[in-house]
Structure formats: C-alpha cells, structure tokens
Design a binder for this molecule. Structure first.
Ligand code: FAD
Length: 427
C-alpha cells in the first residue's frame, strides 16, 4: 500500500491500534465518493505524520463487528487514538485535510507538529482548465472538456454534486420517466466526469484564486496552474438565521417552487417573502396548493404592481404583513410549524402548514474571488453567449451567472457551451 499506511482487519485492531502509543484509523468502503475524496489526503498525511503516528485503514463492510462496537455507521469515519483511548474528533463525510491535521497535531507535542508543518513541500500542478464547483454546470463542462482531451481539474469545497446531491427528488431532468433521487443523479454525473478523465480535488479548502494568472491554491499545499478557469460555484439561499432552518432545509422547507410546488397538491403552505420572485412563485404554487399564507416583514409587498394585483385577487392567497418568522418546527411527516412575530405588537404565534417556501433571495458564491468582474445588480456574474466573463480566459456557468431561470437543465446547458468554446482553443 502507498504511503505509510497499513490495511488491517478487526483481529489486528488490538495490536495495531490499541497497543500503539498513537494511532489513526480510517474506516472506508468501496464505491464511496467521500472515501475517494479522503484517500489521497490520508495517504499524503501518512507520509508526513507516519513516523510518529500509526496510520491504519479498515474495510468497514468486511469488519462489521468492530465497526458496530465502535459505533461507526458510515464511511469514511476517521478515529484518533492515544495510548489505546479514543481522543479528538470523530470525522466523517467530506473530510477536509485541515480537520485531519488539527487532530493529528493534537496527538503530538507542539514542537513536533511545528517541525512536520515546516517539512511540508509545496506542489505545483499544470492543467489546461480548472473548474471551480462540481455541481451540474461544472460536471457537464468537465465531461465535454475531458472528451475533447482537454486536461481538466475539478475543484470543489464540498463533495461534487452541488444542489442536486441534496435534492430529495428531481422530476424535471429529461431522460427519466420516474422522478430521480437527486443524490444518485448527481453521483452519475460525477462518475461520468471521472470516467471521462476529469481529475477531482473534492472537499478541499480553496486558499487563493488568482483569476488573472489562472492559479488556484488548495489545502495550503497544491497550486494548480491553468490556462482557463470556469467558475461554476452556484449560489445559496439567503438564510433567515432562525432555529429549525438548517434542520428542515429540503425536509419541509423549500427554496424552489418549480421543483417542489407539485408535492403540495391540495395542501396548505406558508411562503416567506414579498419581492418579485416570492409573489411570482406564490402565483405558481397556487396552481397546486389549496391555501398559501404569505408572511412578509413590511406592511406592503415589494413585488411589481401586476404581480401584486394578481396575488391579491387570488382567493387561495392570504397575507400576513408586518410579520417576521422566528422559528421553524416540524410535527410528523410533512406538518410544519412557523412561529411568527407581529412587528407592530411584538405578539408571537405559530402558523401551521404542510410545507414552507422561503423566497428572500439567493447569494452568489463569489467570496473566493478578489478580481473585479462585471456583475449584475444582484451580484451575479455577467457573461456573453459563450459564457465568457469580463476577465480574459475566465468563464462562468450555472447559477452563478446572470440568467432568468436557475435549473439543472440551464446549468447543464451553460457548462456545455463554456466547454465547447474552450475546447476549440485547445484543438
Ligand atoms: C432546494 C433546491 C431544490 C432544487 N430542485 C431542483 C429540481 O428539482 N430541478 C431542477 O432542475 N433544479 C432544481 N434546483 C435548482 C438546481 O439545483 C440548480 O439550478 C443547479 O444545481 C445549479 O447548478 P450549478 O452547477 O450552477 O450550482 P450548484 O448545484 O449550486 O453547485 C455548485 C458547486 O460549487 C461548489 N462551490 C461553492 N463555492 C465554491 C468555491 N469557492 N470553490 C469551489 N467550489 C465551490 C459547491 O460545493 C457545489 O458543489 C433546486 C435548487 C434548490 C436550492
């Protein structure tokens, strides 16, 4: 096995882990994207820390008794040991290099960690194209570029898949009669990209992006130098920042009417927001739901007059103006509660519904870029028809760019256009 690692089975656990002064154990599985994302980081760190700490790998499914005994129910799970005792964090999912290093450092005297850090060698990798963001836009661009023999590295701060990976069911992506599990759909997209030769750097920290010189530094150790960059980092719903929001995202709280309104046929929903998109989405949801209660913080809607008039004339739509959400709750399967505060009286009460839609805006994921690029009034990247931004050699695709509709199909289309244009330059 490469690196200073040892693959063991549960019978060797006592000798190779508990009897060692310091040890780290990776429970892995096959056909496990987060395990693949971890593998190269774990191997690299075993070369750095392996003289001081025993690095061990255990195949989880083949060693179920031990996994159960240690309460390891997912792969990968990384555990740290000092004198036979489990210490530090129990890491799982898309594990970052910095999380591993923090726990490894805690096992060692400070001076020794410093020496190891000093010995880290910087790595430079050259490629034709770097894609930032492995959602549908980035993955599609990767597939087209790799098929055109353009060397492509995909960098994602999380595991690839983007929003699709967290969407329960996708029913409007062509090619499937039945609604598809979002996680599987995104898994097929990333496996297709990988099979065509796209190299992945998944669950990494992006330290610095220099769009002018086309360099991307990741995990503090690798600088990727490219000839072109595609920004496909998507956007994220603007959070309300209240209790229950994170917990019930995609599980009672939705941010996409086109995607989810159909699940509320003859049901009651609450909608938060009063701007153009909120009111237009309310009119769309009204084709399905039996009642929509719009909760808006101001005493007037902000949407354009035509949309407002339509909404006010819709018998299914009710308004709770000058009210703000304070907490989300969930009772049983799809029964949601939302505590609201009357901003005029300070009185709080709970509204109940089958589901909640939140439309208070999205934030483009552009924080990593310091260069000036042309943006629209909402902060999204402006591009021409070929997906070129205002910076030479920098393209944008998917939800990150100015467009009327943000869907998987439109993201995939952007990725295709950017990649075909770029591949012509490498012909
Ligand atoms: C809750 C919800 C449900 C939806 N359901 C549907 C549906 O049913 N059908 C449909 O067609 N559309 C749906 N959509 C819309 C659809 O998911 C998006 O339009 C689509 O995912 C956009 O793809 P993208 O590749 O542009 O961005 P994303 O899917 O957002 O992917 C962006 C990727 O970039 C990564 N990233 C972020 N910042 C950085 C960075 N600095 N460096 C590197 N990587 C970074 C992220 O980790 C992510 O993997 C839904 C959206 C939401 C919010």
């Amino acid at each position: 096995m490469a690196g200073k690692m040892k693959e063991i089975n549960q019978d060797q656990y006592q000798q190779e882990v508990l009897d060692k002064k310091l040890a780290v154990v990776d429970f892995y599985s096959t056909e496990c994207p987060p395990c693949e994302a971890l593998a190269s980081k774990y191997e690299d760190l075993s070369n750095l820390y392996g003289g001081d700490i025993s690095f061990v790998k255990i195949f989880r499914q083949g060693n179920k008794e031990l996994a159960q005994k240690l309460d390891v129910s997912g792969s990968p799970t990384v555990l740290f040991y000092k004198d036979g005792e489990m210490v530090g964090d129990k890491l799982s999912g898309g594990i970052k290099r910095s999380e591993l290093m923090k726990n490894l450092d805690e096992l060692l005297p400070e001076q020794r960690s410093k020496e190891i850090h000093k010995s880290i060698k910087q790595k430079e990798t050259e490629t034709d194209v770097v894609i930032l963001g492995g959602g549908p836009a980035g993955l599609t661009a990767g597939i087209y570029l790799a098929q055109a023999h353009v060397r492509t590295i995909m960098v994602d701060t999380a595991l690839p898949g983007g929003y699709v990976a967290t969407t329960h069911l996708v029913s409007n992506y062509p090619g499937f009669i039945e609604a598809q599990n979002g996680y599987m759909l995104s898994h097929y997209m990333s496996e297709q990209a990988k099979a065509n030769g796209v190299e992945f750097r998944a669950a990494v920290e992006v330290n610095k992006v220099d769009l002018t010189n086309k360099t991307v530094k990741i995990d503090g150790v690798e600088t990727i130098k490219a000839k072109k960059i595609i920004i496909a980092t998507g956007s994220r719903p603007r959070p309300l920042g209240i209790p229950g929001e994170k917990e019930y995202q995609g599980n009672g709280i939705s941010y996409c009417a086109t995607c989810d309104a159909k699940y509320f046929q003859d049901k009651e929903v609450i909608l938060v927001g009063g701007g153009n998109s909120a009111i237009e989405e309310a009119l769309f949801i009204s084709k399905f739901a039996s009642k929509i209660t719009i909760v808006h913080q101001f005493d007037e809607l902000q949407a354009n007059k035509v949309a407002q008039e339509k909404a006010k004339a819709d018998p299914k739509i009710e308004f709770k103006l000058s009210h703000e959400p304070r907490e989300f709750k969930k009772y049983g399967n799809m029964d949601m509660g939302m505590v609201v505060e009357d901003l005029k009286t300070g009185e709080r009460k709970e509204l109940r519904s089958h589901g909640i839609f939140v439309f208070v805006g999205f934030i483009p994921n552009l924080e990593n870029f310091s260069e000036k690029m042309d943006l629209d009034q909402w902060g999204y990247l402006k591009t021409n028809d070929e997906m070129m931004t205002s910076l030479d050699g920098v393209y944008a695709a998917g939800d990150i760019r100015t467009k009327a509709y943000r869907q998987i199909t439109t993201a995939v289309a952007d990725g295709t256009i950017a990649a075909i244009g770029i591949s012509k330059d490498f012909a």
